[in-house]
Design a protein around this ligand. Structure first.
Ligand SMILES: Cc1ncc(COP(=O)(O)O)c(C=O)c1O
Length: 426
């Protein structure tokens, strides 16, 4: 569900015509819908309400300050994975107690910054990291709160191998079979309290089942620890809830909650969630302009002004994003965002960018209406891991970001300039 809809043959974000925005903001442009962000956050909050969870929006999915501010207004805390993300969360006035800090390679500098801020939890990914946290906290004379990220060794069908994190062979967390010993050794630490458990099994997890399996294993561990006199009072079940790329393929927040809430209700555990994609993905589109069309062998290429530096997901994960003209006219409004959508008169094309790599594409073998030079294309479901993963490769300024709120819109990150690109260079 989102607030990007066609009206009379034109794409709107909430009540603003997308072509009106890009007429002044230019292309490529990321356009976000504030209402979509809010609705997605509230759906999670409502569905998991029986657990009174702390929802920590995952900054990595889309970390623009204006987006973070909107989510803080909705009541969100923040999941960060770097000093930079922590800085972002603090910049918008997030309550440090609602910040969780994950990541396998936190540096001393990052840990010190987080200790100075007084964040809620460090999500610990190795024994060495835990003892380093204890050391750094003792130098400051403080006690840090920590969760152990356990790796529950569960798989998930449909999750790309590069974003599956809950299997033993990945670099994330501590093997669940080693976790009890770890908790026991950690209880000797004077400046780090390991009293929480963290899971994050991958992204996106297309069904509630892997969550149920992982939480089941985590609860068994918590019970085992309790029998040994070690109290775990907080469980962070991570993120990884799916979003819609083709229509209604993702379970809703209510469906995830229906499977997860009964496992945790009445357990006397504080519950944390770290959704990113499920909140921001459908809240954003990338708009680009057709530059040229050309034939290459049997293929027709539509060359647009957005590229893999703007949206790397198709190149990196072979991911699917629905693409359609911004102004297709009333006869060509897409009924769904299916990859199989084909309207009579469409032609099969590759949508590619201008970067010097054959991996630079947004879509392959896609049926699209015939496009003229100058036409605008919307790439849907790009709010998560879109701008956030963008780069300046090929010395391309990063895209402008725009936030729509009802009938008004504003630039929330200006397009980079050539000067920005060389700033800091000798
Ligand atoms: C520790 C952690 N939490 C939360 C997330 C957010 O995942 P998603 O955007 O799929 O909800 C990630 C994503 O990689 C993560 O690594």
């Amino acid at each position: 569900m989102d607030y990007f809809q066609y009206r009379r043959g034109k794409l709107y974000c909430e009540n603003v015509a997308v072509d009106d925005i890009v007429r002044s903001a230019g292309t490529p442009a990321y356009i976000y819908s504030k209402a979509t962000l809010g609705v997605h956050f509230q759906r999670f909050a409502r569905a998991f309400a029986p657990l009174q969870p702390l929802i920590c929006y995952s900054v990595k999915s889309c970390g623009n300050l204006a987006i973070l501010r909107e989510l803080r207004r909705c009541g969100s805390g923040f999941d960060v994975v770097s000093g930079g993300e922590l800085f972002r969360a603090l910049q918008i006035g997030a309550d440090p107690a609602t910040i969780v800090f994950a990541g396998v390679g936190k540096t001393d500098r990052e840990i010190n910054e987080a200790l100075a801020a007084g964040i809620g939890w460090f999500n610990i990914e190795s024994e060495e990291e835990f003892w380093n946290l204890d050391r750094l906290a003792s130098l400051r004379g403080v006690v840090a709160q920590a969760a152990l990220r356990v790796n529950p060794d569960v798989s998930s069908r449909g999750t790309h191998r590069k974003t599956l994190t809950g299997k033993k062979e990945t670099k994330f967390g501590i093997d669940i079979n080693r976790a009890a010993d770890f908790y026991s050794q950690a209880s000797r630490a004077a400046h780090a309290r390991l009293h929480a458990l963290h899971l994050h099994i991958g992204s996106p997890i297309q069904s509630p089942r892997p969550f149920v399996n992982a939480i089941g294993k985590a609860l068994a561990l918590i019970d085992r620890l309790a029998r040994r006199g070690m109290v775990i009072d907080t469980i962070d079940i991570g993120g990884g809830f799916a979003a819609f790329y083709e229509g209604n393929e993702a379970p809703s927040a209510a469906e995830y909650a229906a499977a997860i809430v009964p496992l945790l209700v009445g357990r006397n555990l504080r519950v944390i969630l770290e959704p990113g994609r499920s909140i921001s993905c459908n809240a954003g589109i990338l708009v680009s302009r057709v530059q040229y069309a050309k034939q290459g062998g049997k293929k027709k290429f539509i060359i647009v002004d957005a590229a893999m530096n703007d949206l790397i997901r198709p190149t990196l994960y072979e991911s699917y994003h629905f693409i359609w003209p911004v102004n297709p006219g009333p006869a060509r409004v897409p009924p769904r965002r299916l990859s199989s959508l084909r309207i009579p008169g469409d032609e099969k094309v590759d949508v590619v960018g201008p970067i010097c790599e054959s991996g630079d594409y947004l879509a392959r073998d896609r049926w699209l209406p015939v496009l003229q030079r100058g036409a605008l294309l919307a790439v849907f479901s790009t709010g998560a891991y879109g701008f956030a993963m963008s780069s300046q490769y090929n010395t391309r300024p990063r895209a402008v970001e725009v936030l729509v709120d009802g009938s008004v819109w504003r630039v929330i990150r200006r397009r980079e300039t050539y000067r920005d690109l060389i700033a800091g260079e000798e």
